[in-house]
Ligand binder design. Structure first.
Ligand code: HEC
Length: 163
């Protein structure tokens, strides 16, 4: 008998909870099937890469931006201040930049591509990277794909003439 009494007490204690659950599901009923719970997370931007070429707009700019009608973009090219091609090669430490912008909004840079001359590695002594200009974070780049195309360029893998 003592057990039955305990059970009854447990049930009494649970009653308000089940009433609450019933009320909640009634409320949701008017909205149809309850959706999966929404998890709110504050989007955190990816961290800025320490080697984003912050100052490139003040570097030597190639005289002619490329107007690429097919891609619908303009590309501008910059060379770091100490970068001067010498006997067909660029000195170690050279940083070259290519920025992409829509043809109809050339001030809105959408992507920053960077070649750095390290004199090391399998890609002709250059590294190839891409950055998101808004967050300055590195974005995925197929460095070997970059190199395959650049390897055909006349001056140490470089297409742009900065003079
Ligand atoms: C299909 C060929 C091709 C591929 C792939 C390519 N580029 Fe280029 N890149 C060019 C050409 C052509 C230019 C010069 C004119 C232009 O922008 O069209 C150039 C210019 C550059 C420049 C300016 C200096 C220079 O070498 O002329 C940089 C920096 C650069 N690219 C980085 C990259 C990076 C990083 C990647 C890969 C994410 C990449 N490129 C992929 C063709 C390519």
């Amino acid at each position: 008998m003592a057990r039955a009494g305990e059970d009854a007490r447990v049930k009494r204690r649970l009653l308000p909870l089940s009433a609450l659950v019933a009320a909640l599901s009634l409320g949701c009923g008017s909205l149809g099937q309850p959706d999966a719970p929404t998890v709110r997370t504050t989007p955190r931007p990816p961290p800025a890469a320490p080697d984003f070429p912050t100052d490139y707009v003040r570097w030597t700019q190639a005289p002619e931006p490329v107007q690429d009608e097919r891609a619908g973009e303009q590309r501008r090219h910059y060379a770091s201040p100490d970068a001067r091609p010498d006997r067909g090669g660029w000195p170690t430490g050279t940083v070259l930049v290519k920025v992409h912008a829509p043809l109809d909004a050339p001030d809105v840079v959408t992507r920053v591509d960077v070649r750095r001359k390290t004199g090391e590695g399998d890609l002709g002594g250059w590294t190839y990277e891409s950055f998101d200009p808004a967050t300055r974070a590195r974005i995925a780049a197929d460095a070997e794909g970059c190199h395959l195309c650049h390897a055909a360029a006349p001056e140490d893998g470089t297409f742009t003439v900065f003079r």
